[in-house]
Ligand binder design. Sequence first.
Ligand code: ZN
Length: 593
Amino acid sequence: MVENEMVWDLTQLLKSTDVVSIRQELESMVSEGERIREEYHGHLERLDAENLLKFLERKDAYILKFEGVRKYCRLMYSADTTDNVAKQLNDAVLKASTKVSQALAFIDIELGRLLAEKPQLVDSSLLAEYQHYLQRILKRVPHMLSEPEERLIIVKDRNGIDAWEKLQIDWLSTRTFEIEIDGEKRIVPYGRIIGFYESQDRNLRRKANQIVYENLGRDKIIWASALRAVCEDHMQMCKLRKYETPMTQSLIDNDVNQQTIDSLMKTIEKNVNLYRKYLSLKAKLMNLPKLANYDVVAPLLKAGEKDFSWREAQALVVEAYQGFDEEIGSWVTEMFYKKHLDGKMRKGKESGAFCASWLAGKSAYVLQTFNGKMGDVYTLAHELGHAIHAYLSSRAQKPSNCEIGSCIAETGSTFGELLLTEMLLAKAETKEEKQVILAHVLDGFGMAAFQVSARVLFERSMYDATERGEFLDGEKVAKLWVMARDRIYGDSVDWMVVMEWEWTMKPHYYIANYRFYNYPYVFAQLFVFALYRIYKEEGKEFAPKLKRLLAAGSSRSPHDLALELGFDIVKETFWEKGIQQAREFIKMLERTL
Ligand SMILES: [Zn+2]
């Protein structure tokens, strides 16, 4: 019975689950995409406001019309990648989607040209609902090159930075490591050995870290060559595309401005001592004089952790959201009784968890593997927070305004985790239970807000060095990493010497055309902690504000969204609110000692 409750019902996404009719629908998705191309390719540049509105609405209607079939095929495969029908349908939807994106690739380019010619369209009252969507396209226009140049860049990237990125991934995933476990020597791949970082056995954690980084450091020439190529290519492209700084492109992508990110990072740097204080508290909880690098996110030894059944988890999460807002609570309940969650453990199921929004159904689907641990209840609360974001934004916005950027995308989810924290703390019976809950929240906060900040400082310093014409070899990069890391951690953690090679395995630094990916994590974390602090100050009055923010989707920039609620994210005082909330949690933890 309960087993069955943990399996989602995807049939709601479709009229018929018959494979032949699904294939037919995918075919009509492709042919309708091609019809849009025939009608508009080469003509977008000449549209007036009225016809542009018609086009955008047509595009949005097209997204909604075929969303169900696309989601069905993708989600069915995520739930069981070994199922033969799922494999075929996943392959079919990928092929069809590629055809559609090829057919519709002209849209962004031609819309860019149209807006470059007639920027006044952005302010047309007819297009009010699309204003921010169009503003964002217009912002990219000055950085677009001619069509032959853009085509040339795609070709050179294929064997250029794309190849360096691939080398890093392939090299890392094919490394093997020799480790002794229970007196027995074993050769394990990278993906396996990193699992030992979270072991309860401290000695095993230390050994795994030592072996991995000692080995990765030996290949410093490979890592540094790849990274240097990525950095220098980015600098060249910034010049060609006329980006002011190496970070400009990422600021445009994330819809934020430089001052906001500067204030955010200043707040973090001013408060490193708070994080260091938490790390020393954690050392006390683990009966250690000081944490070593392999203890920072390790589980607490005093396991005050309880197990939860699916129904208990459901009741807790519903209660947490209900206590914040009735309507949100009822939508969370609806996710369960409409069977939009897949929590069952299953061979072939994708690892990790996600929430896929279903705009046409004004709802969402959530996948996770529920093992009854406290972390699983947190994941459930997190993904349901994303679902609430989808419930609100799909009711208020056009599909074009539901592409929520990474600075804002974690608002509902992380807020939900904090609501759950409140609930769990209220129900905790022993101080050990409270310690486990608080350490879980503060570990997560510390990683997202402070550990990631070290990566922000590191990435900046690499581009500064490149700009000064310095040569980035392995030793130089390692030095920059250690400097950035120490600015955050000071001497609160004992780092093994080999940890200077930690940067070698982070794929993000190597991903082509994806520079400065990291500050959105810091933003998202501190943003939600600040909102939660304000909620604690304002009480019930805050709920409608948060709902307005979530309902806005991507129709306004994060800056404007916050301003509408009365907060200015350009100012450090806003970000300090987030720090205050972390300080509260640390005080609670201190009281349990
Ligand atoms: Zn999330």
